[in-house]
Ligand binder design. Structure first.
Ligand code: HEC
Ligand code: HEC
Ligand code: HEC
Ligand code: HEC
Ligand code: HEC
Ligand code: HEC
Ligand code: HEC
Ligand code: HEC
Length: 423
């Protein structure tokens, strides 16, 4: 008889095993419950137990989409795949899909059902139709869209059409990946609605953190002609973001942001978010005083109101007198750059007067120098000053302008001399 067969030991052993099993179970339960407790910054998957047909099947076909959408605020608020995708059989662009009709690419008309205010503001901004007209030209618009375009107070201001020429020169093989990739943020859809919210609100998470971070704007606001992202990166605001941004209040409800969430602003704080006394807006022109993108900048129609809105944002962190001075200095820089661009027009005028320059766009080197002078360097100098990027104002801006003015003078004199005219 082994000790296991002895009745007393057996009871004792069973008791011991029981205690061990119970203790182990408690430990396992504790481990599971602490592990499954969502961390503060991790949202629950609202679709985990969903038996919605789209969700069930798409968890197999496109698991990434279901995973992302499951963690969005909208899924948490019971907005379903169908709310954005499903349409009637006769809806423009409808495709048959698993017994229903869907839009492969939901339009802003879908968002508008639930987000009327955002869509209205967006439609009144240069992110809407003006962005599309910038490459396609206003002739691409039908009657309704043209009326909508002309109704945007700051929308149809369009002082320079030379880039439409570049668009046509390059052709669709190039522009599909170039102008269009950025400017389709305002492309009209088949149903007559305008724009692509998903250019900023990356599907399917629609995350506030993602859209408030400057990298989102970096998709388009970058490069020699509008280096806003590079400028921001070298500004004190950008440095604060890069060095301390991990701890900022990225998910705070819109309209409730304070300096505690954001000790320094991102692009969105200054141009879009509600901050201080300034309300959230999807009209990115609402806080701007100049048309800085123009060769020779002019004031915007509502510039004084716009200035108050922007300065109210700055005013959360900077004092009023200091801001007034900063704006006065910024205005003076704009006037100076304007003067240089006007000077470049004077320099090239004798060639135009004497028919020594072709009417065709971008067919001789002088066209490029004349264009880059304002389009790259003049604008960069202005953006650098307003958004605190001294290297852009100086070496990528003003200095390049001076260099191009000298080159332009020499090119013009050369052409005049060659034609037997007085330089
Ligand atoms: C039985 C499975 C199934 C169901 C149910 C289903 N889908 Fe799909 N869906 C698919 C498959 C498969 C594809 C094609 C994927 C591919 O091309 O890789 C697809 C593609 C799509 C596309 C992309 C279409 C395109 O042209 O690019 C969308 C949008 C879509 N589904 C939305 C939905 C919505 C919304 C529902 C619910 C109304 C739904 N699906 C229901 C299987 C399903
Ligand atoms: C809030 C609106 C919204 C909701 C809700 C939504 N989608 Fe989408 N979906 C979009 C947008 C916008 C696009 C982007 C189209 C584009 O980029 O052209 C898209 C694209 C897609 C595509 C095509 C992606 C590709 O790259 O080919 C699929 C498939 C899709 N959605 C499936 C789903 C499924 C499944 C659900 C539900 C789990 C869902 N969507 C919920 C707005 C939504
Ligand atoms: C059926 C209604 C509905 C549709 C359609 C819809 N939304 Fe929403 N959306 C909501 C609701 C509800 C919320 C949550 C509001 C809240 O909790 O404050 C929301 C929240 C959001 C948020 C904020 C997310 C956050 O974390 O706070 C964004 C961004 C958003 N929607 C974008 C879109 C876009 C872009 C579209 C179109 C492609 C769209 N929505 C279509 C109902 C909708
Ligand atoms: C990397 C993204 C990007 C690409 C590529 C791009 N643009 Fe732009 N474009 C922008 C941004 C951003 C602005 C706004 C600059 C500002 O307001 O300071 C702009 C401004 C403009 C403007 C001035 C605003 C207006 O409506 O008059 C025109 C015109 C224009 N772009 C046309 C074009 C054309 C044509 C092409 C292709 C040859 C092109 N762009 C390529 C992003 C881009
Ligand atoms: C997909 C490309 C794209 C993205 C992403 C984008 N923009 Fe733009 N943005 C443009 C284009 C194109 C224009 C020029 C519109 C025009 O004047 O024709 C523009 C113009 C602007 C303007 C000037 C508007 C005016 O009235 O002159 C501001 C300000 C702006 N964007 C801010 C932002 C901010 C902030 C973000 C990020 C949250 C952002 N943009 C993201 C493409 C983009
Ligand atoms: C230029 C980038 C950009 C584009 C394009 C854009 N949004 Fe937004 N959106 C933002 C930013 C940034 C926020 C966060 C605002 C904040 O910080 O409070 C936001 C917030 C929102 C919210 C939450 C607002 C609230 O007060 O709860 C909704 C809803 C929304 N966007 C809908 C849309 C819709 C619909 C479209 C297309 C018509 C769109 N957005 C296009 C940048 C963009
Ligand atoms: C500290 C606030 C602040 C931040 C941060 C900021 N901007 Fe600006 N931005 C301004 C001011 C101020 C102006 C000039 C306004 C005026 O005309 O009065 C401006 C001008 C612009 C313009 C020029 C519009 C035109 O008239 O051509 C664009 C585009 C723009 N910002 C985009 C961005 C982007 C993208 C980012 C982030 C990479 C950014 N901004 C970061 C304050 C800011
Ligand atoms: C949320 C707070 C916040 C907002 C809003 C804000 N700033 Fe700032 N700003 C800062 C911080 C922090 C610094 C870095 C100060 C330092 O150098 O120590 C700074 C620095 C600056 C500087 C450089 C100052 C210097 O001494 O070099 C300028 C210029 C500036 N901001 C302009 C603006 C303008 C214009 C606006 C509004 C369009 C604005 N800021 C909005 C927080 C903010």
């Amino acid at each position: 008889m082994s000790i296991f067969e002895r009745p007393g030991t057996r009871t004792w052993l069973i008791g011991l095993i029981g205690v061990i099993v119970v203790a182990a179970l408690i430990l396992v339960i504790l481990a599971i419950s602490s592990g499954s407790e969502p961390a503060a910054d991790q949202k629950v998957d609202a679709l985990a137990n969903s038996n919605n047909e789209c969700v069930v099947c798409h968890r197999k076909t496109t698991p990434g989409i279901v995973e992302q959408y499951g963690h969005s605020t909208m899924a948490g608020a019971e907005v379903e795949c169908e709310d954005c995708h499903q349409v009637a059989v006769d809806y423009p662009g409808a495709e048959e899909h698993e017994g229903v009709y869907i839009l492969a690419s939901p339009t802003t008309a879908m968002c508008e059902d639930c987000h009327q205010a955002e869509v209205d503001q967006y439609n009144a901004s240069r992110h809407a139709i003006p962005s599309y007209v910038a490459y396609a030209g206003a002739q691409a618009l039908d009657e309704n869209l043209l009326a909508m375009y002309q109704n945007i107070p700051e929308g149809s201001y369009n002082p320079d059409r030379s880039r439409n020429e570049i668009y046509h020169l390059e052709g669709p093989e190039i522009t599909r990946f170039a102008c269009e990739a950025c400017h389709n943020i305002g492309k009209p859809a088949e149903d007559g609605s305008v724009g692509q919210c998903q250019k900023c609100h990356l599907r399917h998470e629609f995350s506030l953190e993602q859209v408030r971070k400057p990298e989102t704007c970096n998709a388009c606001h970058i490069g020699p002609d509008h280096p806003q992202f590079e400028i921001y990166t070298e500004s004190p605001h950008g440095i604060a973001y890069a060095t301390g941004g991990d701890d900022w209040g990225w998910d705070t409800e819109p309209g409730m942001l304070t300096v505690q969430d954001f000790p320094a602003p991102t692009c969105a704080t200054c141009h879009i978010s509600g901050f201080g006394g300034t309300a959230t807006t999807h009209d990115v022109g609402e806080r701007l005083t100049w048309y800085l993108f123009a060769p020779v900048s002019e004031r915007r129609p509502a510039w004084q109101d716009n200035q108050v809105r922007m300065q109210t944002v700055c005013g959360e962190c900077h004092n009023e007198v200091w801001l007034e001075d900063f704006y006065a200095d910024g205005d003076a820089l704009v006037e100076k750059v304007n003067a240089w661009v006007l000077e470049s027009r004077e320099i090239i005028k004798p060639l135009q007067d004497n028919g020594l320059i072709t009417d065709d766009p971008f067919d001789e080197p002088i066209d490029f120098v004349f264009f880059e002078l304002w389009h790259h360097w003049g604008r960069t100098a202005k953006f650098g000053a307003w958004m605190q990027g001294p290297d852009y104002t100086q070496w990528h801006g003003a200095y390049e302008m001076l260099s191009d003015l000298a080159e332009l003078r020499e090119m013009v004199d050369g052409k005049l001399e060659a034609a037997g005219l007085e330089p």
